[in-house]
Design a protein around this ligand. Structure first.
Ligand code: HEM
Length: 517
């Protein structure tokens, strides 16, 4: 009898387990998202998918922006994809992206990251990952006032000028020795030193930064995929690599902790703080602050800024130099403009940029054709209508900026490098019209309230770096021609073959830096 009861109990237990497992499978792999249509509106069209995995295989290609481009050119500018049962809406046209960023900006002002505990990167304290709310609003105000806004930008001009001069002298030195330079390495030093000095008054070790950046690239890709999943499953996937995240994060946290302690000592000795870290520490100590930030918030936002700011600017500058050297007429016109405005003895400086429209156009055209962030992710909080289709709540929205900025319907000769398209036309009303149109179709920095707050700083760093390289040097290509093949590292679009070229100084003496002009 006891044996009979025991077998019955076992069967019952197995039966319950099977039911539970089937329900789980159904939820994870087959269940359609709730609210798949509302008020008679349909979900966006969906390309054929595979059983269970849905469209996952389409997201696994190395050149993911290209495979998504093929998909949108075949099936349309707004598509409904499925990773297992988790919804992803892919957007590939300027007008549909506009609806996400402008019409439904607040609803889509979150990236949907599941915080990886208290890790610095994509963690609970990160500014980039933060939901649109009190913390984000407070931190944005601190960043604008003390780092990225016009007055803060003015105050830190000296730091950028020093680093630009160091960048030029280093290239001049290498030109004298006829050394080959790897453009991304040179610009990494410039950008990393400039941004870290603006943030915390000193540079952070280049080698440790590079190592961390490489590890972070891999990590971002994993976080991106986890991010396309729904809450419960996402947590599970993120937990699988949270140990890895913690190792990277802890190392960087130790480095920042040492710098924080130095800053605290200075503040305790009543030194007037001038950089962002000082301002963040003051906010941390202020009991009446609108939002009480912790040490982890400080470290996390600094990590965000160093990585978001450095990597993108380096990749764009490298592409720009490749395009300039490949297009001899662009190089000559650019050099002509700089020689005419700045002269041949003084080194270009950032206050020259407003007088160098062609240089600005070259930077913009580079970032249009080669956006370092080819696509970015938002998350719909509530269901909404986009592009005439219903997008359910808690759906990942992936905007393919690479395709938007190469769309033949909105860009003439979209695959050709033509900086002229960014030069303003004559009349004021036309200029205003052009500005409005560009704001919709030119989105390398995203758009709406979660767009890139570092856009102006990035244009200054890239513009002056490119200006210095064109003004000061001829460049000899060491291979037969420049290889423009693309690759995606982490989620960043970059040159598959790093640009290695030899500088030849245009003058036997270095250009003078006259910062007072
Ligand atoms: C070529 C250079 C750069 C490019 C192409 C770039 C691009 C982007 C893009 C596409 C986004 C997401 C926008 C969106 O979701 O709508 C973003 C966000 C962000 N970027 Fe940049 N960026 C660059 C340089 C910088 C610099 C120099 C900084 C600061 C040092 C910076 C700080 C940030 C931050 C903090 C965010 C998150 C904003 C938020 O969540 O509210 N970026 N950037």
């Amino acid at each position: 009898m006891a044996a009979f009861i025991s077998v019955g109990f076992q069967n019952c237990f197995i039966f319950i387990l099977l039911c539970f497992f089937s329900l789980l499978c159904y939820y994870l792999f087959f269940k359609k998202p709730s609210g798949s249509s509302r008020g008679g509106f349909d979900l966006p069209p969906s390309p054929p998918s595979l059983p269970i995995i849905g469209h996952l295989h389409l997201l696994l290609s190395v050149l993911i922006h290209r495979s998504l481009q093929k998909l949108s050119s075949k099936y349309g500018p707004i598509l409904y994809l499925r990773v297992f049962s988790f919804p992803v809406v892919l957007v590939s046209s300027a007008s549909v992206a506009y609806e996400i960023f402008r019409t439904h900006d607040v609803n889509n002002s979150y990236r949907g990251f599941t915080p990886t505990d208290d890790a610095l990167f994509a963690g609970a304290f990160s500014f980039i990952s933060a939901p649109y709310g009190d913390y984000w609003k407070f931190m944005k105000k601190v960043l604008v006032t003390n780092f990225l806004g016009p007055q803060a930008h003015e105050r830190s001009r000296g730091v950028r000028a020093d680093e630009l001069e160091r960048f030029y002298m280093n290239l001049f030195d290498k030109a004298m020795k006829k050394e080959i330079v790897e453009i991304s390495n040179e610009t990494l030093t410039l950008t990393n030193y400039t941004i870290s000095k603006m943030i915390m008054g000193r540079s952070c070790s280049e080698e440790s930064f590079k190592a961390l950046a490489t590890e972070l690239d891999v990590l971002t890709k994993k976080l991106f995929f986890a991010n396309t999943l729904r809450a419960g499953f996402k947590k599970l996937v993120v937990s699988l690599f949270s140990k890895e995240t913690k190792v990277v994060s802890d190392r960087f946290s130790e480095l920042l902790e040492r710098i924080l302690v130095e800053h605290e000592k200075k503040l305790d000795e009543h030194h007037q703080g001038t950089d962002l870290m000082d301002a963040l520490l003051e906010a941390h100590r202020n009991e009446n602050a609108e939002y009480m930030i912790t040490r982890n918030h400080i470290k996390s936002v600094i990590a965000d800024l160093l990585f978001a700011g450095t990597d993108n600017s380096v990749k764009t500058t490298q592409w720009a130099m490749a395009e300039i050297i490949k297009n001899r007429n662009v190089l000559e016109r650019l050099r002509g403009e700089i020689d005419c405005v700045v002269g041949k003895t003084r080194l270009i400086q950032e206050t020259d940029l407003p007088n160098l429209p062609y240089l600005q156009a070259v930077v913009k055209e580079t970032i249009r054709l080669h956006p370092p962030g080819p696509f970015f992710v938002r998350f719909s909080k509530e269901g909404c209508m986009i592009g005439g289709f219903y997008v359910p709540e808690e759906t990942s929205l992936v905007v393919n900026a690479y395709v938007v900025m190469r769309d033949p319907d909105t860009w003439e000769d979209p695959l050709v490098f033509k900086p002229d398209r960014f030069l303003s036309s004559a009349s004021r009303s036309e200029q205003e019209e052009e500005r409005r149109e560009k704001a919709i179709k030119f989105i390398p920095f995203g758009s709406g309230r979660r767009s890139c707050p570092g856009e102006n700083l990035a244009y200054v760093i890239m513009g002056t770096a490119i200006g210095v390289m064109v003004q000061g040097f001829e460049w000899r290509i060491n291979d037969e021609k420049i290889n423009m093949e693309e690759t995606v590292v982490g989620l960043s679009l970059t040159m598959a073959h790093p640009l290695k070229i030899t500088p030849l100084s245009r003058s036997s003496n270095p250009l003078t830096s006259n910062r007072c002009q």
